[in-house]
Design a protein around this ligand. Sequence first.
Ligand code: AMP
Ligand code: MG
Length: 402
Amino acid sequence: MRDDRAVAAQLIDIPEARRRGLEAVTPGPAEEVPVAEAHGRVLAADVRAATDTPPFDSSAMDGFAVVAGPGGELPVVGESRAGRPAERALAPGEAIRISTGAAIPAGADAVVPVEEVTERDGRVVVPASEPGRNVRRAGEDMRAGAVVLRAGTVLGPAELAVAVAAGASLLRCAARPRVAVLCTGDELVEPGEPLGPGQIRDSNAYGLAALAERAGAVVVRRRIVPDEPEATRAALAEAIAAADVVCVSGGVSVGPHDHVKPALRALGVEERFWGVALKPGKPTWFGTTAGGTLVFGLPGNPVSAMVTFQLFAAPALRARCGADPSATRARAVLDVAVARHPRREQVLRCRLRAADDGWHVEPTRDQGSHILTSLLGAGAFALVPAGEGELAAGERVEIELL
Ligand code: AMP
Ligand code: MG
C-alpha cells in the first residue's frame, strides 16, 4: 500500500496525459481522395460549392408550369422533364407540362399540381396561382462559392452527399496515419496456432489494430516481439521507421523481462509521460522521436491496452488528421453505485442506454483488466474520479463513446 502511494505521487492524471499526447501531435500530410473512397476520411481543406444547388429553378411537383395569375383554360404547349428541359419559353396564357425536379421553363413562375387541374384535348383548366408556387429556387440549398464543409470534418454519408452535390469529385483529405502495432511477450501466439504450455493468444494485436483503423489510421505492421532486449530494440526501430504512430503492448513495466523502455531510450525516443493515475492502465508510457513519430507503450493486459489506446492514442490519431480529438467525449448518468479508487481514476466498461435525460451507463460484468469479455456490449467507458467511498447511482460521469 505504501508503495502504491509512493508511485501515485508521480502519476499524472488523464487530462494531463491527453494534453501531453495532443501537444506532441503535428498535422500529417494531405492527399486527394476520390469521393467514392472518402467515407470516414477527414477533410484537410474547406469544400466550396462549385455551382448553385439546385443548379436551376425547378419544380417541386408534377403538374403544369404557368405564369402566375388568375385561373383559366390554357393550351399545353410543351413538356419539361427531369434532365430534359422544355424546348421553348412559356408565354402568358400557356401551360407546359412539368415533372418534379424539372427546370422551370423561361417565362413561367409557378407550378400548378396535376391534382388541381382538369385536362382535355391538349388543354388544362388551372386554378389561380401565386408567383413562386411550387418552385424550388436555384441556390436555395447551396450558393456557388459558399463554404459547405469545413476542414477537419469527418466525411460521413451526409457530408459525402453534400460534397458531391456541391460539385466535388476529389476531396483533399488528411492522409491516414500509418500505425504499427507491436505486441511483446514470449507467451504470445498468432491466431490459429496451437497453444503450448504457458502460452496465450495475441489478442491485443487485433483489438488495437481495429481501434487504430476506427480512429482513421491504416495499420502498416503488426508483429509479435519476443521478450529479448535486442529483438525489442530492432522491432521498435523498424516500426518507428515505417509508421507515424507506434503502439507497443506489454513489456513496458519494470520486470526483468520488460525491455520496451530501455529499448526506446536506446533509440533516442524522448519520454513525455510514464504512469497515469488510471485503473486499468497505470503503466502507460508515451514519447516522441526527433522525426515526430509518436510512440505509445501500452500495458499488456488486454483491457488496459484497449482502454489506454482509446484514451490516449485515438485522440492523437484524430488530431493528426485535423479532426476533433474529443468528439467521442460525452456525459452520462451512472445507473448503479460504484466503489471509487482512492487515488486512481477508474475506467469502467459500460452498457450505454439513451433515456429522456440523455445517456445512461451501467458497468458490464467483472471489470478485471484481464477480463476481455467485459468489453463485449460496452458502448462507452465511464470515467469514475478517484476518491473515498462510492460514487452514488444517479451521479453524472464523463464517458468516452466507443
Ligand atoms: P506485460 O505488460 O507484458 O507484463 O503483460 C501483462 C499481461 O498482459 C500478462 O498477463 C500478459 O500475458 C498479457 N498480455 C501481454 N501482451 C498480450 C497480448 N498481446 N495479448 C493478450 N494478452 C497479453
Ligand atoms: Mg510481457
